[in-house]
Design a protein around this ligand. Structure first.
Ligand code: AP5
Ligand code: ZN
Length: 217
């Protein structure tokens, strides 16, 4: 499959994408995860990106486009297709993605928007717990780990993202509505847009996603 998964912070992109990846045997490319790995390694790019991410702004188009291009060209998992999570986030990024795919004689098949009201996102974001190495995500109330603050698979500690606080979330939402909402319009115009109600419990969201692909669980 070749698709993008869109939606505001906390909509469930990172929760649903691994299920799609398993179902279709494709790669899951999340620009936020890639940037956080640069931050963790304290690279020059990571240091620059951290400031922007903690303020809820967007990292430059050139940087994220470069990261996606590199993965699509070199990541073997992407030979079976891809799910892009958190990219494209600006119309410029969407246009450049089209260009990249055109060069490879490929086209996007689905642009899925996880739709949810802003008022539900504070609880999701402030309760999120992450296993940094794998990107596995939990929630203190909605999806608690078996052992408090430990990853179910590795037993390693879980952390809170530094941008997961009410203040940074407010800014991320402003950025989303200003810069990323137009990307939804871009895909509506191109005819591959579909919306899924992301306020439902994760299992139901997954069922509705499968309908988008005409697949059964
Ligand atoms: P990014 O990492 O992409 O963050 P985001 O878009 O804000 O999205 P989140 O990861 O917060 O939400 P999610 O939808 O993945 O939710 P999740 O499934 O984890 O980007 C971070 C930053 O990097 C950006 O702000 C920007 O600065 C920069 N950046 C990234 N990409 C960029 C780009 N292309 N261009 C420029 N800059 C870029 O779920 C959240 C919580 O809710 C979890 O705890 C989960 O367990 C729980 N949950 C999930 N689904 C449900 C459900 N159905 N019911 C109840 N709880 C649920
Ligand atoms: Zn995410």
């Amino acid at each position: 499959v070749r698709m993008i998964l869109m939606g505001p912070p906390g909509a469930g992109k990172g929760t649903q994408a691994p299920r799609i990846k398993d179902k279709f045997n494709c790669c899951h490319l999340a620009t936020g995860d890639m940037l956080r790995s640069q931050v963790a390694k304290k690279t020059p790019l990571g240091k620059e990106a951290k400031k922007i991410m903690d303020q809820g702004g967007l990292v430059s188009d050139e940087i994220v486009i470069g990261m996606i291009k590199e993965e699509l060209e070199n990541n073997k998992e992407c030979r079976g297709g891809f799910i892009l999570d958190g990219f494209p986030r600006t119309v410029v990024q969407a246009e450049r993605l089209d260009g990249m795919l055109k060069e490879r004689d490929q086209k996007l098949q689905h642009a899925v928007e996880l739709q949810i009201d802003d008022s539900l996102l504070v609880a999701r974001i402030t309760g999120r717990l992450v296993h940094p190495a794998s990107g596995r995500t939990y929630h203190s109330t909605f999806n608690p780990p078996k052992d408090r603050m430990k990853d179910d698979v590795t037993g390693e500690p879980l952390i809170q993202r530094s941008d997961d606080n009410p203040d940074a979330l407010r800014k991320r939402l402003v950025t989303y509505h200003k810069q990323t909402a137009p990307v939804v319009g871009y895909y509506k115009n191109s005819g591959i847009w579909k919306g899924v109600d992301a306020s439902q419990e994760p299992g139901q969201v997954w069922k509705d996603l499968l309908k988008v692909f005409d697949k059964k669980a």
